[in-house]
Design a protein around this ligand. Structure first.
Ligand SMILES: C[S@@+](CC[C@H](N)C(=O)[O-])C[C@H]1O[C@@H](n2cnc3c(N)ncnc32)[C@H](O)[C@@H]1O
Length: 357
């Protein structure tokens, strides 16, 4: 094996065959399930008569224990073969959930997600993917090279790859289990060209990107779970690191789409204030908006949120102005263009990117 191929084989997880077989089996059965918030999950599972699963959705959507006769034989065998079942008194329980979004089934960790290395997929993944889809549907020049930072179960990278079949798409995460689940989910949906890579943000990934997307952890989590703990004063630490990364690695006319959370204090948005201070004078255009005014309300009962009145889901779009190498309008005719080339003004409108959402 040549050195480059060997390095790819080691560092880019391929979809484990047994996970893929499980997802194909579910696909053949027309399986679908919409994931809900942990609080809703607890309420629904707490209802009378809901303690044990009675069908596939009960097992793989609602993470309920089940007895051996609930699942069709081939599905039970697939789960056993992939080592995804644990024994509980009176039956079994699945270690994974499978949730659908825009027709793709995503593998993620069973509820409740207490494990520090649990693989996240939730209503935030839906909001994030829909925000991306909206932007990609109106994008005048599709990205040639894109990356989803903190890809988790894969919805960001999958959304980009579906909209831009010609693009080189990367999904990076510090959680190997997430990468394996994402690779299997994408491949089962017919998207086997996405490159999944273990890494802290963009470390180890070369080059510039036309599109950087991310839905990172943005809460302050006492247990410091990888999918949940954002660090910083109120959970914004990782989001600010992603912004720094994007400022270094966006290609000319490239765009960052950062979906994250902002903790609001006495009517003010300290995260927005940090952005304003950091981006003042940067040669980029940027916009910011609330996508949902109130998410993870239950967190406000925790001590670090004592002065926080709500957590909003927000979208930050940053565009690096410049000539876009992949836009025909700018690549031909070359000579005339060169003489007219000017720097886009700071805060100027990027020629290739609409405002998301
Ligand atoms: C809230 S989950 C979101 C997953 C996915 N983007 C989605 O929308 O469903 C955040 C993800 O970021 C990953 N993560 C946390 N810190 C990271 C880092 N420094 N570099 C890369 N990924 C990171 C976590 O492992 C987790 O999978």
């Amino acid at each position: 094996m040549r050195a480059a191929a060997r390095e790819r084989a080691i560092r880019e997880p391929r979809a484990p065959a047994r996970l893929l077989a499980l997802l194909k089996e579910l696909r053949a059965r027309g399986y679908a399930h919409t994931t809900v918030t942990p609080a809703t999950h607890a309420r629904v599972n707490g209802r009378k008569g809901q303690a044990w699963a009675r069908d596939i959705n009960g097992v793989l959507g609602w993470s309920r224990p089940f007895s051996g006769d609930v699942l069709p034989g081939p599905l039970l065998s697939r789960l056993q073969a992939a080592d995804l079942l644990e024994q509980v008194p009176g039956g079994w329980r699945s270690r994974v959930r499978v949730s659908s979004l825009d027709g793709v089934c995503y593998l993620h960790s069973a509820w409740p997600t207490q494990d520090p290395r649990a693989v996240f997929f939730g209503p935030d993944s839906h909001r994030f993917a829909h925000w991306l889809s909206e932007w990609l549907a109106h994008c005048r020049v599709p990205p040639a090279r894109a990356v989803d930072i903190g890809c988790g179960a894969g919805p960001g990278a999958v959304t980009v790859a579906r909209h831009c079949p010609q693009a080189e798409v990367w999904g990076v995460d510090i959680n190997d289990r997430a990468l394996a689940y994402a690779a299997a989910s994408a491949e089962a949906a017919g998207l086997d060209g996405i490159r999944w890579r273990h890494g802290d943000l963009l470390q180890g990934l070369p080059g510039e990107f036309d599109l950087i997307v991310a839905n990172p952890p943005y809460l302050l989590d006492a247990a410091r779970r990888q999918y949940r703990h954002g660090g910083g004063a109120r959970g914004e630490g990782l989001s600010l690191r992603i912004l720094e990364c994007a400022l270094e690695r966006l290609a000319p006319a490239g765009t960052l789409l950062l979906y994250t959370g902002a903790a609001m204090v006495r009517g003010a948005d300290p995260f927005l204030a940090r952005l304003q201070a950091r981006l003042a004078g940067e040669p980029v255009s940027w916009r910011y908006r609330e996508l949902d005014p109130d998410v993870f309300g239950e967190e406000l009962e925790q001590a670090p949120y004592a002065d926080v009145e709500r957590i909003a889901a927000v979208g930050l779009q940053v565009c690096r102005p410049g000539r876009c190498a992949r836009d025909d309008r700018f690549t031909a005719p070359r000579r005339r263009l060169r003489s007219r080339r000017t720097r886009s003004p700071p805060g100027g409108v990027c020629p290739t990117t609409p405002w998301a959402g």
